[in-house]
Design a protein around this ligand. Structure first.
Ligand code: HEM
Length: 400
């Protein structure tokens, strides 16, 4: 393939190398780093930006809008409906600024660091429960999914007993087969659920984000509806992403057992190992989507006002100009933290201190506790999530 002018944007990762980006993009990055691809079965085309430096140039430039309600915005599905304001990743300033500001303090590194003992306890309890059984067990169901769900419930003040409800609705948001109608129905269900919890917190406040969101409603900073949507967004973003990262990170480490001692060498090594796993896997792999508000020159190309842009983070993270020998996992890589897995610019992931803390605790605890952990089936028998915007596995049978 020399030109992608008429080619469809491909999400599917290769069955023979499921942890790598589709090979077509490595070739494009070398031959035609900014190129046109089509989406919506050919009904819209957008620019695909594959170099790390160009990815940052797009994501860091306010001339590229995140407002998915603009006509011609390259949304994941054609039938997409305007997102609620609480889903502020899909808004530009000033709405984005107002919404994000309401939550900034909740995710400050110091605040998240105070949660580390609770995260460690949750990790150990889940491992106790899992190892109390004779394997094989499904690692996703027993560990990777409950862990970040329990943590985000604790942080928000949401009862974990309701996890089936919020996990199933969250899945709708990442599934590319979902229709706009299903998306809206799930959003409404989560909004009403969180509105009820917000109301309950008014009479029985706790030390949690929902209680503080209620206070923001009282000061007039946000409406009650926005507060419930913000909580829904956090509940979804707070578990779906990290759960996939725990499962895929575990698979990746089991594929590179010689590097596990580095992960276990100490907190600084574990932190670097997590950055490299984030770089290597870049689970938000549907490409960040943007829309040019004015003509902008990126690399050798002028992107015109009104044109859409797709930034595939997993491809940018494998750019040899940014990372030496990029397809090699190297937990000790000096510049691993330069990855764009959490995005870049004003929308850079708000929850990244939490995701980092969870992964830095969970992965070493897991491999220290279960040195003989192994996947119970050949890798080719594992079903990877190929039609979701967040990459992962549906199930992962393990023994130890
Ligand atoms: C490994 C785990 C995670 C990954 C890879 C990830 C990735 C991302 C990416 C790429 C963006 C940027 C979207 C854009 O620019 O359009 C983002 C935004 C966001 N993430 Fe995460 N995320 C993770 C975990 C979390 C967690 C644990 C939370 C919250 C509890 C969270 C909350 C958010 C929020 C609120 C935004 C919107 C920020 C904004 O638009 O200003 N994320 N995330």
């Amino acid at each position: 393939m020399t030109s992608a002018t008429s080619s469809e944007f491909v999400l599917t990762r290769p069955a023979t190398a499921p942890l790598d980006p589709p090979p077509v993009y490595s070739r494009l990055r070398d031959e035609e780093p900014i190129t046109r691809v089509s989406i919506w079965e050919g009904r819209l085309s957008a620019w695909l930006v594959t170099h790390w430096e160009d990815a940052r140039a797009v994501l860091g430039n306010p001339a590229f809008s995140s407002d998915t309600s603009r006509s011609g915005f390259p949304t994941f599905i054609e039938d997409s409906r305007p997102a609620p304001r609480g889903f502020f990743a899909n808004y530009d300033p000033p709405v984005h600024t107002t919404m994000r500001r309401t939550l900034t303090r909740e995710f400050m590194v110091k605040k998240i660091d105070a949660l580390r003992p609770a995260i460690t306890d949750i990790t150990r309890e889940l491992l106790d429960e899992m190892t109390g059984e004779k394997g094989p067990v499904d690692f996703v169901e027993r560990f990777a999914l409950p862990l970040p769900s329990l943590v985000i419930c604790e942080l928000l003040g949401v009862p974990y007993e309701d996890h089936d409800f919020f996990q199933s609705h969250s899945k709708v948001f990442v599934d590319l087969q979902s229709t706009g109608e299903q998306f809206t129905a799930s959003w409404e269900a989560l909004n009403s659920y969180l509105l009820q919890l917000l109301t309950a917190k008014r009479s029985k406040p706790g030390d949690d984000v929902l209680t503080r969101l209620g206070e923001h409603v009282d000061t007039g900073a946000v409406s009650e509806r926005d507060a419930a949507d913000l909580a829904a967004f956090l509940l979804f973003a707070g578990h779906e992403t990290t759960a996939n990262m725990i499962a895929l990170g575990t698979i990746t480490l089991l594929q590179h057992p010689d590097q596990i001692p580095y992960l276990l060498a100490g907190p600084a090594e574990a932190a670097n190992a997590v950055e490299e796993l984030l770089r290597y896997l870049a689970i938000v792999h549907g490409g960040l989507r943007r829309y040019a508000l004015e003509d902008v020159r990126i690399g050798d190309v002028t992107i015109r006002a009104g044109e859409g842009v797709i930034v595939p983070l997993h491809v940018a993270n494998r750019d040899p100009e940014a990372f030496a020998d990029p397809d090699r996992l190297d937990l000790g890589r000096a510049n691993a933290r330069q990855h764009v897995t959490f995005g870049y610019g004003i929308h850079q992931c708000l929850g990244q201190p939490l995701a980092r803390a969870e992964l830095q605790i969970v992965l070493p605890e897991l491999f220290r506790r279960l040195p003989d952990l192994r996947i119970d089936v050949p890798l080719e028998d594992i079903t990877f999530k190929q039609s979701t915007t967040v990459y992962g596995v549906h199930e992962l049978p393990v023994t130890w």
